[in-house]
Design a protein around this ligand. Structure first.
Ligand SMILES: NC(=O)c1ccc[n+]([C@@H]2O[C@H](COP(=O)([O-])OP(=O)(O)OC[C@H]3O[C@@H](n4cnc5c(N)ncnc54)[C@H](OP(=O)(O)O)[C@@H]3O)[C@@H](O)[C@H]2O)c1
Length: 294
């Protein structure tokens, strides 16, 4: 019998890639607050709002998962700054409910976290660097990590940054936004002073699968093979999707006047996960071509 895996936030940007990677190997229950109107699924699907304690308790009791992969999150960084209660409820309390539901069981939990737990003054960051979030989203992600670390259940925290993938549904898709805007002939302004290593969701999904198969525990970073500004990343997207690169206009973070402060020099060093899980990380252009093929 294949392992029973409960996935939360399963129909978000990362969730779609994770389902695709895991579905052939495991018995999945994919949950989210909104279920796409696809006619048939090759796995079980249920509505779950992780901020509902009774909802979480019921799903965990009935499905009795051996593993939970938590990808449910409120990821709107400016939204988190102004809607702090929602941000805390989804990003922290929801995680606490999941942990409560598996207390005294052997269930493993794999939790996805973010480089936004760091201040972005001296990245890229290793797993052991000291967190110091500078916005509320980062604070909630750090609090969620602390909840996980305090659990007696076996756990993995997988930190990532600047996710991109084939998802068409997710509002979070940077690739969709760049390609759609440029194809509509719009000029887009993109920050040229926020650095990270953009992460293909397909690569991270492989990392999650390997973390399950090799039964590892602890904190791991996973990110792409190249450190780039968002502006450079958008230019690469324009290149691969044959859009007008000159319509990507650089802007500084200061000029954007966003509600939440952003870590600037960020990104994640991936040596640990490459060594322990024997994984590779991917160049942006290779991943964009895979997305284009999709
Ligand atoms: N995107 C990035 O660049 C990035 C970077 C670093 C780390 N991460 C982390 O990676 C994970 C996945 O992110 P993602 O990019 O895939 O985000 P996403 O596309 O927004 O996926 C998150 C999913 O969770 C759902 N959700 C929101 N509130 C929920 C609730 N109360 N109960 C259950 N599900 C809920 C969302 O539904 P709605 O879409 O309907 O809200 C969405 O389907 C998150 O933990 C995020 O913090 C993301």
């Amino acid at each position: 019998m294949s392992k029973r895996i409960l996935i939360t936030g399963a129909f978000g940007q990362l969730g779609e890639a994770v389902i695709r990677e895991l579905q052939p190997h495991f018995d999945l229950l994919a949950t989210d607050i909104q279920i796409p109107e696809t006619k048939s699924f090759l796995y079980q699907v249920k509505h779950l709002d992780i901020t509902s304690r009774p909802g979480v308790m019921k799903i965990v009791k009935n499905f009795n998962p051996e593993i939970i992969i938590n990808m449910a999150a409120y990821i709107d960084v400016d939204g988190c700054e102004t809607n702090r209660e929602i941000a805390w409820n989804v990003n922290v309390r929801g995680v606490e409910y999941l942990l409560e539901a598996i207390r005294r069981k052997k269930t493993r939990i794999i939790h996805i976290s973010s480089d936004y737990i760091f201040n972005g003054e001296n990245g890229p960051y290793k797993e052991k660097d000291i967190p110091n979030p500078i916005n509320y989203y980062g604070k909630t992600k750090l609090a969620s990590e602390n909840a996980i670390r305090g659990s007696a259940n076996p756990w993995v925290i997988l930190r990532t940054n600047v996710l991109y993938g084939s998802s068409t549904r997710s509002r979070a898709s940077f690739v969709n936004w760049v390609v759609t805007s440029l194809r509509q002939g719009k000029e887009i302004t993109v920050v040229d002073d926020q650095i990270g290593n953009p992460t293909w969701t397909g690569g991270l999904a492989e990392a999650i699968k390997m973390a399950i198969l090799l039964n590892v525990r602890g904190i791991f970073n996973y990110g792409g093979a190249e450190f780039l500004s968002r502006f450079q990343f958008a230019q690469k997207i324009a290149n691969v999707f044959e859009c007008d690169k000159s319509s990507v206009v650089p802007v500084s973070t200061d000029d954007l006047n966003q509600i939440a402060q952003r870590p600037l020099k960020s990104g994640l060093i991936t040596n640990k996960i490459e060594d322990i899980l024997g994984l590779r990380t991917y160049e942006v252009e290779y991943c964009l071509r895979k997305i284009k093929e999709d």
